[in-house]
Design a protein around this ligand. Structure first.
Ligand SMILES: Cc1cc2nc3c(=O)[nH]c(=O)nc-3n(C[C@H](O)[C@H](O)[C@H](O)COP(=O)(O)OP(=O)(O)OC[C@H]3O[C@@H](n4cnc5c(N)ncnc54)[C@H](O)[C@@H]3O)c2cc1C
Length: 344
């Protein structure tokens, strides 16, 4: 089946859906409130399942060529001692958000995306067969068609940025009420992120100073990044997730990506799941004779799986930034990752 679709939001979810639907024979129009593609952006880790989705979207080779490919990761404590290792069999391609979005945008005709077009809650789209809400965590499409607010504060705040030198491997350091991560990314750069349980607003508004304050006693790998933050753009945001207690589709309106299932970033899965949503939706529309049954099929395929991930990511966010019991936590994680017994 094919028809005409309007997609609200030109992020990873919206652009991936546009490509997948066009490949399935649909006419596609995308509206985004932004004036154009935002330059820069930190790294997104693309897990193997997301690489398969990118394969279907016809952009995997380009992403592979440019991305940093990491295998495994080290989990450290603030002294730099190893808590455990994620085995090298688990690998990810780390690519900048800009490169991923550009690759998807390049697969669309120039007039498919209409920038500077904000969706307003009074907007109706009677001429379209399908309306896709891909407008992110605070989705207006979701609020308009599903009603109640479903964003849940995680009580943590994230910081992230990029510095201009290479890093060989992925590490994440867990301390008391805080974590700090470092990964390679494309073009020989280093991607870093931090998460604090207490929002330090009020102690200092300047994020670099605030991070130096929070992590000054941590191991040299973290301090080396902190020393390079002067003049670096730092993204700072309070974290939320979304738990929608309803199917992801209503009538001919469907939610995709963060609009449906925004999650804590601790598993590095939000963008990956958005790509899987996009190809699953296109496949359902291709298989089913009508939009309503296709959207039911999409919901059955994606809602249980993504809800589980939202729950797990939320739990991991809480564990990784725990303020109490960190010795027991570290021992338990060490045992889990090495198979040895808990000794702390
Ligand atoms: C610190 C951090 C690290 C992360 N790391 C990873 C990672 O390593 N791997 C991974 O897979 N995921 C990661 N994620 C998650 C990932 O960033 C998101 O899941 C992903 O960007 C969601 O894409 P989206 O298209 O659904 O939403 P968005 O990227 O938010 O895009 C929504 C789009 O909709 C537009 N929009 C919003 N409102 C309107 C409106 N009213 N009208 C028109 N347009 C509108 C916006 O301008 C935007 O372009 C991370 C997230 C964070 C916070």
């Amino acid at each position: 089946m094919s028809g005409q679709a309007i997609i609200i939001g030109a992020g990873v979810a919206g652009l991936a859906t546009a490509v997948a639907l066009r490949d399935a024979g649909w006419g596609v129009t995308v509206h985004d409130r932004a004036k154009g593609l935002a330059p820069g952006g930190t790294a997104l880790g693309m897990w193997p399942e997301a690489m398969s989705a990118l394969e279907r979207l016809g952009v995997a080779d380009g992403i592979r060529r440019h991305a940093a490919h990491s295998r495994g990761a080290a989990l450290l404590d603030p002294r730099g001692m190893i808590i455990g290792r994620i085995p090298p069999t688990r690998s990810a391609h780390l690519v900048s958000r800009e490169r991923l979005l550009s690759a998807l945008l390049d697969r669309l005709p120039a007039d498919a995306v209409h920038w500077g077009q904000p969706f307003a809650s009074s907007d109706e789209f009677p001429t379209y067969d399908l309306v896709v809400g891909a407008d992110g965590i605070h989705s207006l499409v979701r609020r308009r068609h599903w009603g109640s607010a479903v964003e849940r504060a995680l009580g943590t705040v994230a910081f992230r940025g990029v510095i201009d030198r290479p890093t060989a491997s992925v590490s994440e350091t867990w301390g008391r009420g805080a974590l700090f991560g470092v990964t390679p990314m494309d073009e020989g750069r280093t991607n870093w992120f931090a998460c604090l349980r207490r929002d330090p607003v009020g102690r200092s508004e300047e994020p670099a100073a605030l991070l130096r304050d929070a992590f000054e006693s941590w191991h040299p790998g973290v301090r080396a990044v902190l020393a390079e933050l002067e003049g670096v753009e730092i993204d700072r945001r309070s974290l939320f997730d979304v738990r929608l207690p309803h199917p992801y589709a209503r009538g001919n309106v469907v939610l995709i990506g963060d609009a449906a299932h925004a999650m804590a970033p601790n598993l590095g899965r939000g963008a990956c799941e958005s790509l899987i949503d996009a190809v699953t939706l296109a496949r359902a529309l291709d298989t089913e004779p009508e939009v309503a049954s296709a959207l039911r099929r999409y919901d059955r395929a994606r809602r249980p799986a993504t809800r589980r991930i939202v729950r797990t990511a939320r739990t991991l966010n809480r564990i990784a930034t725990a303020e109490r019991g960190t010795r027991f936590r570290d021992a338990a994680v060490r045992a889990l990752l090495t198979g040895s017994s808990i000794s702390a």
